[in-house]
Write a protein that binds this ligand. Sequence first.
Ligand code: SAH
Ligand code: DHB
Ligand code: MG
Length: 222
Amino acid sequence: MTQDQWTTVDHYIEELLLPEDATLEEARRASAEAGLPAIAVSPPQGKMLELLARLRGARSILELGTLGGYSTIWLARGLPSDGRLVSLELSPDYAEVARANIARAGLDGLVEVRVGPAIETLPELVAEGAGPFDLIFIDADKVSYPDYLPWTLELSAPGTLIIADNLVREGRVTDRSNDEPSIVGRRRFTELLGAEPRVNATLIQTVGSKGYDGFALGLVES
Ligand code: SAH
Ligand code: DHB
Ligand code: MG
């Protein structure tokens, strides 16, 4: 099986289950035009995020890593009209692109994009009493995932759903001799998740237009 086949099947899924959506297509186009890397979640993955938010009955969502706001729009669509989403982004330029995309999606009343290193904006959210969030999507720099977990737990309550993207990275995480910081970060995060008594978690491998990867789902239980 090849990348071509995974991409073809993602297109098949989009054709049958994801009606054309001018807003989301425009967000992808505007992000590409602004020179953002093409690393947003795929359309089927975005739809899954929306469905998970709805299943959870989420009224508040926290996202780490906004990029152009593509996953942000999907997640915010899973919120009720009086819901709220805070998305954390390092790059002021990316955040500007995201805000425009989010406004075009009519979601600017629900969404706040906060600029800065997440390791600084997370404690700010705690200090403000911004939590607990019903759903937290971790998708920022993979090196720092282990440092983000304690902060996301501080911003959680029993019932919070934690989703963490890109934890398989073509299976490279299982190669213990691989000491690339982003691989070590993914592995350490997964170890911490497994050892965390408050969270009941799994990790699902995926293939698709974004290659071979995987995401963790964790339910905060206490
Ligand atoms: N969630 C987006 C993709 C995010 S890509 C989507 O699926 O549409 C990862 C993002 O994390 C990038 O935009 C990158 O700028 C941001 N990032 C990298 N380091 C960060 C940090 N220290 N704090 C916050 N965001 C960071
Ligand atoms: C990268 C980041 C992501 O969040 C992703 O889903 C894929 C790739 C990256 O930084 O390369
Ligand atoms: Mg990702």
